[in-house]
Design a protein around this ligand. Sequence first.
Ligand code: G1P
Length: 320
Amino acid sequence: MSQGIVRTAIFPVAGLGTRFLPATKATPKELLPVLDTPLIQYAIDEARAAGVERMIFVSHPSKSAIERHVLDDVDLRATLRKRGKARLDRALKSAAIDEDVHDVIFVMQPEPLGLGHAVLCARDHVLPGPVAVILPDDLILGPKGCLSEMIAAYPTCDSGHLVATMDVPRDEVSSYGVLSVLSRNGAVIKADGMVEKPTADAAPSTFAVVGRYVLDSTIFDALAGQAPGVGGEIQLTDAIAAGVLDIGLSGLTFSAIRFDCGSKQGMLAAELHLAQQDPAFDAVLDKFAKSWSDAIAGQTIPLAHRNGRATASAIAFPSG
Ligand code: G1P
């Protein structure tokens, strides 16, 4: 087991985002907004709050819009200032990565060879020590950033690899990497293995890994020698599992709320969660909630069923 300071965050952002087509035909999924903020922005803010020095985006040649989003656009801001929009100018400046403060590196993953392969693409650019990996479509919101929480826990967990984990229903484990749990001490789970997308029957536990990792730097050697796994892809999970004995593996049950923004349901839930905390949305949420409570009282269904796809049986109304 080795430890050290986490100075680098890797953002795998090369995926095609097929689950959100046609929205992602021309717009990278990482730029889909939750309210007015793209997913990638939340991930950048989380990495900055955690104190990383270098951010490496493993992207795809067709997704240059990500670069335009994350870097400062001085011309656009000058135009905004000329038009008297100083507040927007300041907001854009603070959202963009300041290259005087953080290193920003883009590397390309031209072929979709898996999450493990994406992380390996960053190898030549990482700073010494352990690295963080952030999957932007796992949106994790709370008073304390998930990566900050992991970095705070890392020295105490006695493992070179630390992953974020949450208990999920057994019928959902096949969507995740799943920990084989040895023991639990408060928020930290000690694991002796990890399996990518197991069936419900074969899953070693219901502790699923979500998209935040702090990984010992030996992960790159492990990835370089890693054979393709589930889906014929180089899996990060397999390379982490390969190091369990020498490097050690722990999971942190983080305190914030995680939204699977790789799915439409997760996106909607994230939007509603954020909207609930902003009085600007009170009127629209109240109106929507009222139409539901009226519907429940009258047992009518207020939704317009687009294309006839939604059916009454898909909507559960409480009885009585
Ligand atoms: C990836 C990882 C998986 C992890 C998941 C978290 O899967 O391979 O181990 O549990 O992210 O979101 P993906 O969702 O890219 O299929």
